[in-house]
Design a protein around this ligand. Structure first.
Ligand code: FES
Length: 115
């Protein structure tokens, strides 16, 4: 599922906080694709903890938000490469390059990242 993200806010240091979705939009054990500005992101709910990675698999055209999720591991639906959702590290080939992760802050029930 893909959702258009909500507005953004910029702080005094120039960092921009992106409001991605409400926590209730991502059930435990699932992911949601968010497209915002020039980013395509995957928001994961791992047992009530939220994590955000790039949605695009580092091995090819796979969308990680559409992958198979087992605990804190996501398996790409193209060639079954696996990543740790918390760290972005590769768990299983054919992926070699880690997927980018973003520190998440939940604010007023919304999943946000700062870029
Ligand atoms: S595109 Fe993801 S494992 Fe190949």
């Amino acid at each position: 599922m893909t959702t258009a993200a909500n507005p953004t806010a910029t702080n005094s240091s120039g960092a921009k906080r992106l409001y991605l979705c409400a926590t209730g939009e991502v059930a435990p054990g699932t992911a949601l694709k968010i497209e915002i500005e020039d980013l395509a992101l995957a928001v994961f709910n791992v047992d009530g903890e939220f994590f955000v990675t790039d949605d695009l698999c580092t091995h090819g055209p796979g969308s990680l938000s559409e992958g198979y999720i087992d605990g804190d591991v996501v398996e790409c639906n193209f060639h079954n490469g696996q990543f740790n959702i918390r760290t972005g590290e590769v768990v299983s080939p054919p992926c070699i390059v880690p997927v980018k992760t973003y520190p998440v802050t939940v604010i007023d029930g919304r999943v946000t990242i700062e870029v």
